[in-house]
Write a protein that binds this ligand. Structure first.
Ligand SMILES: CC(C)(COP(=O)(O)OP(=O)(O)OC[C@H]1O[C@@H](n2cnc3c(N)ncnc32)[C@H](O)[C@@H]1OP(=O)(O)O)[C@@H](O)C(=O)NCCC(=O)NCCS
Length: 361
């Protein structure tokens, strides 16, 4: 109980987690004993819906109290991040959501069709099927015969374990260790810890500047901002906004800076195989912010990212701003047909040993 107050997140976070989980877990007391199942859940009209066979064990839970939950791992934290000797601090940072409530059968065909449609929209967002409605004769039999069950989300609660129980010094060490480890997801974990705790001390490469904050991983809410910054860039004349957004969403690293109002004002992304080659793309600073060192900060941050730091060579293509990259050791590839465009930075010539990859080694 003592720790629960640290980790309780606002209730709307529970709905948000259920909404982005493609599967959720269900448990209840059946006639023959406890039942646990994984189901495709969807949030619709303030309830969590899932479909099932018209008859079966899950139907046996209708009218009974059930628990539905979902969770996502934010980062695994080895003990040595916080203590060089003892195993005790080993933990996992996570977000979870849970709702307890009475399982209800949905009999209204219109409500069933809405829930099934919401499920399809969630699991097959690209479409490719006729919309499900109760009065479409092609769906009438299926909608009538499939079982749809729901639990109200009124009592949904969320728990976020994001180092809220740690001291400021421990949080600083945790963030520094995550940045040093640089495994996939550690960048987003750093941002999650910063989001859940006030004034987290970060490594120097991530420290805020005058009127802006730097970010180890930008969230999907920043995609529109990245598109706006890059829409008119000469190298994106043939790109669509959706394409630019996808390039950033899928990037091995996507770092940037936001102003005091949270608007994206600088951005850079990296494609990386994490061993031999990384490519730095889409370095951009909002016009009003240029010439104040932000370009340099964002490039430094991208090059120190875990997906880039230990890679043998980092390359980029640019028609201008060579001076910016030369400051980081990039040299022009003058002997290639792409002379004056391709630049490369050799970071190491020997493969990384396994021990060099382990933080603290
Ligand atoms: C290029 C860009 C990212 C630089 O950002 P910035 O915040 O203005 O850069 P900084 O203020 O950090 O400048 C860092 C250094 O790079 C140098 N630099 C910046 N832009 C440069 C350019 N176009 N050509 C040569 N050097 C440049 C600066 O002179 C500065 O050097 P200094 O530290 O010795 O004074 C920014 O101008 C921009 O977004 N341009 C449009 C997009 C673009 O052209 N990107 C490059 C192609 S990948």
């Amino acid at each position: 109980m003592r720790k629960a107050r640290f980790f309780k997140a606002p209730d709307h976070e529970a709905r948000a987690l259920f909404a982005r989980s493609s599967t959720v877990h269900l448990a209840g007391q059946g006639d023959a004993g406890p039942i646990g199942r994984t189901v495709h859940g969807v949030v619709c009209d303030g309830a969590l819906y899932f479909h099932t066979a018209a008859v079966g064990e899950k139907q046996g839970l209708v009218g009974r109290e059930v628990v539905i939950w979902s969770d996502e791992t934010v980062a695994t934290v080895p003990s040595y991040f916080l203590d060089p000797v003892l195993a005790c601090p080993a933990t996992t940072l996570y977000r979870s959501a849970m709702v307890r409530g009475t399982l209800e059968a949905v009999d209204d065909l219109g409500e069933k069709a809405r829930a099934l449609m919401a499920l399809m929209a969630r699991l097959q967002p690209e479409g490719g099927y006729a919309p499900i409605t109760a009065d479409d004769p092609r769906y009438h039999k299926a909608v009538a015969s499939i079982g749809v069950l729901k639990v109200s989300l009124d009592a949904a609660v969320a728990k976020h374990k994001l180092a809220q129980n740690r001291t400021p010094d421990e949080r600083a060490r945790l963030v520094a260790s995550l940045w040093a480890r640089g495994a996939p997801g550690d960048d987003a974990a750093i941002e999650a810890i910063r989001g859940a705790n006030a004034a987290v001390t970060v490594p120097a490469v991530l420290a805020s500047g005058e009127g802006y904050s730097l970010h180890a991983r930008l969230p999907s809410t920043a995609l529109d901002g990245a598109v706006a910054l890059l829409r008119d860039a000469y190298w994106h004349t043939a790109s669509t906004p959706e394409g630019i957004a996808a390039m950033h969403r899928e990037a091995a690293a996507w770092v940037g800076a936001c102003d005091a109002e949270g608007r994206l004002i600088a951005s850079a992304r990296v494609v990386s195989d994490r061993v031999r080659n990384a490519w730095l793309y889409d370095v951009v600073v909002a016009e009003a912010w240029r010439g104040r060192g932000l370009g340099r900060r964002v490039v430094a941050l991208a090059l120190d990212h875990g997906a880039v730091r230990g890679v043998e060579r980092v390359s980029l293509g640019t028609r201008d701003a060579h001076g910016l990259y030369e400051k980081f050791g990039f040299v022009r590839a003058v002997d290639t047909p792409l002379a004056n465009r391709l630049m490369t930075r050799i970071q190491r010539s020997e493969p990384l040993s396994a021990s060099a990859r382990r933080p603290g080694a």
